[in-house]
Design a protein around this ligand. Structure first.
Ligand code: BG6
Length: 509
């Protein structure tokens, strides 16, 4: 039986170890010397291994351009796991066992010879470790190599084998509608749609998956989940970090591409979707796509009125964005964006979805907040009601993952005065541990052939079709007056006034 540190039984954890181990296979990571492999992929794989979730014989081939031996690669991966994994390689002999399945393959992305020799290596691994021709290719390089690698995989016939073959495509998937569509077209001659796994790591977060469980696994929320009861929805993804060492990438992307097109539109569609007929991947995608299609397109007038962008300047012992490494000192790239979305369908007509995200904000927090309408008739003293806000339900994605409901309660004593109180659920207390890393979930799902938590072709393109007119409008508009918020503040003032003008305000962290 599972217990916490104090050896108490945690009833909600009972049965949590149930999981289906995927078939044995080889994961080939293109760009294996990069940051993503170090920070996310290898630590996630090692943690999965330690938790007994990887199949027997599971192997990894790191494909990259730098000269390196298997031993050097294993040493670097060990250091990565040491720094970023939950389980530390030094704590047991598990690392030795895991690292026997790690191989390094040096090759140039454009040279067909490197793919032919990769094919040979994969056959040897199949024979030595029983991986049965099952292959998962992971595109973790800079995006400009994706099409080339896939084309080379096709030319070397590596997209077919005696087992299953799949490809995971890392974000960003394109930089606008045209490039995303082009990339889809470049993948499709080599891989069929069911073989393509377009990643959005937010979907692997336990709390994001829980949005569906919360809505459709309970009876009491769905009847009020609509325009009759909900005033508006607020979705916030606030980061306290700046662009870190990704200035080169970020300066060409900006917050709208980097966060809104992917993660935040995913949160919007999960919050707004109709119940799918099943948890079958296509059934879920169909409902999410319907939401994206129902979002009102941005016209120039709406861009001016319903979108606020910002860029951080210097803050207390923090650099301004334009001073960050590899950022243009005159950059007009937005590090903050707030926007109002309207979903034109029966359920959501008239209910704005207010979405904001930014870097170098005061605090890191991501949440979906459902703001309910005020009570229709003020039964309690007007002064009393003024002290309480209407009900709100916050799904806290991170940190302190949980769910919180705000409601009014009568203050004890001979009074009709009301006070705001909260009901709180925390994953960590209820289940005895904080939710696991998104990449662990997504890697296992891809190995198992479950694409529910990945993006479908039409989903990515519709999300881009919503964002692209805004990017184009901004590209031709006069340069904004940046910076317009200090690092460590809550974003530009204009983002507050644009909600205040409707009598609403952003929730505090
Ligand atoms: C990535 C973005 O997709 O998500 C980053 O490129 C951002 O800029 C990150 O910092 C946020 O992810 P998380 O899991 O830390 O919320």
């Amino acid at each position: 039986m599972l217990t916490d540190e104090k050896s108490k039984v945690i009833p909600l954890r009972v049965g949590m170890t149930t999981h289906r181990v995927p078939d044995p296979g080889v994961l080939v990571i293109f760009g294996a010397t990069g940051d993503l492999t170090h920070r996310k992929l290898m630590p996630a794989l090692f943690d999965l291994f330690c938790d007994g979730k990887l199949p027997q014989g599971f192997s990894v081939v790191g494909f990259a351009r730098r000269e390196k031996s298997n031993e050097q690669f294993r040493g670097e991966m060990r250091a990565a796991a040491d720094e970023f994994a939950r389980n530390k390689p030094g704590d047991s002999d598990r690392w030795d066992e895991f690292s026997q399945g790690l191989y390094y393959h040096r090759a140039e992305f454009h040279e067909s010879q490197g793919y032919a020799s990769l094919g040979e290596l994969l056959k040897q691994i199949d024979a030595a470790r029983g991986t049965r021709g099952n292959r998962l290719f992971y595109l973790a390089t800079a995006p400009e190599y994706y099409a080339l690698i896939v084309q080379q995989l096709g030319a070397a016939d590596l997209c077919k084998s005696s087992g299953w073959t799949r490809v995971i495509v890392e974000k960003p998937f394109g930089r606008d509608l045209a490039s995303a569509h082009e990339l889809n077209m470049q993948l499709l001659p080599t891989f069929n749609e069911p073989q393509i796994y377009r990643i959005d790591h937010y979907l692997g977060k336990e709390t994001v998956q829980n949005v569906m469980a919360f809505r459709f696994g309970n009876t009491i929320f769905e009847p009020i989940w609509n325009r009759n009861y909900i005033d508006h929805v607020q979705i916030t993804a606030a980061e306290s970090v700046g662009v870190e060492d990704r200035g080169g990438y970020y300066d060409k992307a900006g917050a709208l591409r980097d966060m809104v097109q992917s993660h935040l539109l995913q949160l919007v569609s999960l919050t707004a979707m109709e119940p799918p007929v099943s948890f079958d991947s296509n059934a879920v995608h169909d409902e999410k796509v319907k939401v994206l299609r129902a979002i009102r397109p941005f016209t120039p007038e709406r861009i001016e009125r319903d979108i606020v962008r910002g860029q951080y300047g210097r803050g207390k012992s923090m650099l301004g964005y334009r001073e960050e490494p590899r950022v243009d000192p005159n950059s007009s790239t937005e590090t903050y964006v707030a926007l109002k979305l309207n979903i034109d369908n029966w359920r959501w007509a008239g209910v704005p979805f207010c979405v904001r995200t930014g870097k170098r904000l005061q605090k890191r927090f991501t949440e979906i907040a459902i703001q309910f309408r005020a009570v229709p008739h003020p039964l309690f003293a007007r002064e009393a009601l003024q002290t309480v806000n209407p009900n709100a339900l916050a799904l806290r994605i991170q940190p302190d993952e949980g769910i919180h409901l705000r409601f009014a309660a009568k203050r004890p004593g001979q009074t009709t005065e009301l006070r705001e109180v909260k009901m709180d659920f925390y994953y960590k207390t209820a289940f005895g541990s904080a939710p696991g890393e998104a990449y662990e979930t997504l890697l296992i799902d891809a190995m198992r052939g479950d694409s529910t938590l990945f993006n479908r072709k039409d989903e990515v393109e519709i999300a881009w079709s919503l964002i692209t007119p805004v990017l184009e409008y901004w590209a031709n508009a006069p340069a904004p007056n940046f910076p317009n918020y200090a690092a460590g503040a809550w974003g530009p003032e204009a983002a507050d006034t644009f909600l205040q003008s409707e009598g609403r305000e952003w929730r505090a962290a």
